[in-house]
Design a protein around this ligand. Sequence first.
Ligand SMILES: Nc1ncnc2c1ncn2[C@@H]1O[C@H](COP(=O)(O)OP(=O)(O)OP(=O)(O)O)[C@@H](O)[C@H]1O
Ligand SMILES: [Mg+2]
Length: 345
Amino acid sequence: MGLFDIEGTKSVIKNEEVLNYDYIPKILPYRENQIQEIANSIKPMLNERSGSNLFIHGAPGIGKTASIKWVLRELSETTDDVIPIYVNCWNLKTKYFIFSEMANQLKISFRAGKSAEHILRQVVYKLRGKRAVFVFDEIDKIDDPDFLYQIVSTFPKSCIHLISNKFDYVVRIDARIKSRLMLRNMEFKPYSLNEVYGILKERAKLALKKDTIETQLLKQIANITFNKKDVRVGLYLLRESAKIAEQENKRKITKEHVKKAIENVLDKKPEEEKLNKDENLILDIVKVHNGEVAGPLYEIYKKRGGELSYKSFKRYVNNLEKLGLLKLELTGGGFKGKSTRIFLA
Ligand SMILES: Nc1ncnc2c1ncn2[C@@H]1O[C@H](COP(=O)(O)OP(=O)(O)OP(=O)(O)O)[C@@H](O)[C@H]1O
Ligand SMILES: [Mg+2]
């Protein structure tokens, strides 16, 4: 067989998208109660009454984001009067970036250099006569939660949900914001082994061709996922094992394929599991060009399809440093002054 022959490459996977971390299945098993509770917090808003604000917390990889997105999707299919605005604060640490993201979602265009307040006024204008559900996921990544006070005062008829895996996040925020938000606490508990198995079985059924994985192997993957306490591990193992099987032109996933996939995942740091497309790309480039300075690295990033501006690229690099995945070193500077060398941590 030739090196690039594609025969057999689709022998196991039916729909790879189903195994993406941000794929939201039609049914989210074992989170029916949480989904109902989130929906109940929003429901009164459909009858011109007030909703309630939630603080959703729980360990990583147990369906917090998936549940809220599931509800927001349902909401947008039900009404145009209550607008869902979901913001992941992972890379948007300041209110300027948060408000810009809100504006983007509402398809508001604004010129660069406008202030955060200006952007917020545009959002207010766009939402006039409507209510909104604001979700701020990974809220603990924000530099200053003061913007929440601004949101709650500007949109008194809307509701705000905060999500974090730090259960004590709210304890640490300003009493003034807290009393204004009146957050109801909502804890997501980890899944049991049976539940993890049920979730992975469903996803495998949607993603893989019939009879490509034995129950025993799926159980092994569920066991590892349960021990790692993060459903993403299971999704990763399913995808990797399937890909390895396809690379070997097999029609079934074997014990060896799963074993190889496990070896790969164990090499990854847990922080890397949550990175987005650009962060992964940056990390991949640094793995090959370790110690290169920021400018040339950015050029490589662009060549490989990256679309971030140089400013955002540097923000992502700084974020990866904070996560302990990259190390930055300020060089003495040449003609153009100081620059930064980027290393794998
Ligand atoms: N009950 C479920 N059914 C199907 N898939 C699920 C379920 N719970 C979680 N998942 C999947 O597991 C992955 C991780 O879930 P999610 O992103 O919601 O985690 P999280 O609790 O928000 O974690 P983090 O705190 O790290 O952001 C997602 O791909 C999600 O689709
Ligand atoms: Mg999440």
